[in-house]
Design a protein around this ligand. Structure first.
Ligand code: FAD
Length: 338
């Protein structure tokens, strides 16, 4: 029988470092403990939040109800053949440590996603991705607890509905499923995915291996993004907006240096950082929150800031980008409570 910590301090459990307290915090180490935490919330009709590393959350100062954190990690090899391994990874596993472990084991496929903070359990929620690779490229299936039907269920890749920073867990049924295990297929031979501009420039002239890509990504990310331990942040705060090609062409006519990439047929993805920067926000500071001076897509907490201050700033940026470019920016992190 596990007992929750009451009025638990979540300040160190969210990468913005916002002072936040949970009514009840459960650290669960097994499926049985997870079910106990769910039952605790359901019997008392309390709100329920699953938290991983808190690196994609904007937490208010008080979180009513039950917050659950899965603390067991590690992986096991389910299948192995000449060319690949199938791993099953526990939800509480730290993502970056997994990436480093598999690179050390000589397996390829995750190295471009080094240094993304957070847990394996959260990775499918927004189909994490970086430097030309997304989780879905390596994903096979997952196990989750369905709070509505009260059973453990399996999801194949197509059932997850992965899209750009999206999945059914984020947009169709947020809060319904608690992901407990994720299965990934990795290659035994190195598969090179280094077409991404800044990555290919960095690797120019070097011998390219999974390890050198991993090291390059770590170095590039450390030079661009603030470490949440030094300056609270959640990485990119807004998704890159996807707009019809015609709208992109109109914007380009007025702003020839606009940064945009082909998305899917008939659509372009605009660099949200460019829009925010050119609307004049880069380095802007208000009170205890602001826009990171080196990367306009990153909002930061200078210390003692609050979720409310940050969301006020985010609204002002959204309004200004809408006014200047007619483009809607959508925040990437989830605000809780909403
Ligand atoms: C410096 C920095 C850089 C970043 N760079 C990137 C990047 O390059 N690419 C990228 O995609 N993201 C990036 N992010 C965002 C973040 O790292 C990812 O979204 C990550 O997957 C969040 O993991 P987490 O464990 O911290 O999730 P949390 O922030 O704790 O939770 C995020 C959401 O997932 C839900 N959730 C968490 N665990 C589970 C579970 N087991 N089952 C069901 N739902 C769950 C939560 O309820 C919440 O809605 C970055 C963040 C930071 C701070």
């Amino acid at each position: 029988m596990i007992t929750p910590v009451e009025n638990a301090d979540l300040t160190a459990l969210n990468s913005f470092g916002f002072a936040s307290r949970a009514q009840y915090l459960f650290d669960v180490a097994s499926d049985a403990e997870l079910l106990e935490a769910v039952a605790y919330a359901d019997e008392r009709q309390l709100p329920f939040l699953v938290i991983g590393g808190g690196s994609n959350l904007v937490l208010d100062e008080y979180i009513p109800g039950v917050v659950v954190r899965q603390i067991s990690g590690g992986y096991r090899v389910l299948e192995e053949d000449e060319g690949s391994v199938l791993l099953e990874v526990a939800a509480g596993q730290n993502w970056h440590q997994l990436v480093e472990q598999v690179v050390d084991a000589g397996w390829s496929g995750l190295e471009n996603m080094a240094l993304i903070p957070g847990t394996v359990g959260a990775a499918p929620v927004q189909n994490i991705g970086a430097y030309g690779v997304e989780l879905k490229d390596r994903f096979v299936s997952l196990t989750a607890y369905d709070r509505e039907k009260q059973v453990f269920v399996e999801f194949s890749a197509s059932q997850c509905g992965f899209g750009y920073r999206n999945s059914v867990f984020k947009s169709v049924a947020p809060g319904r499923y608690i992901i407990t295990r994720v299965r990934l297929r990795l290659n035994k031979q190195f598969v090179q995915k280094t077409g991404y501009g800044v990555l290919s420039q960095y690797l120019n002239g070097q011998e390219v291996t999974a390890r050198s890509v991993f090291d390059a990504i770590v170095a590039i990310r450390q030079s661009k993004l603030p470490d949440p331990r030094d300056l609270g942040n959640a990485g990119s705060f807004f998704e890159n907006p996807v707009v019809p090609v015609e709208q992109c062409e109109q914007l380009r006519a007025a702003h020839p240096d606009l940064v945009a990439y082909p998305e899917r047929d008939g659509f372009m993805k605009l660099a949200a950082g460019w829009l925010i920067d050119h609307a004049g926000w880069k380095g802007y500071r208000t009170g205890r929150v602001g826009v990171y001076e080196k990367q306009a897509l990153v909002l930061v907490n200078y210390g003692q800031g609050s979720a409310r201050e940050l969301m006020d700033l985010a609204s002002k940026i959204q309004a200004s980008v809408m006014e200047k470019y007619g483009v809607a920016l959508v925040p990437e992190p989830r605000c809780y409570p909403q």
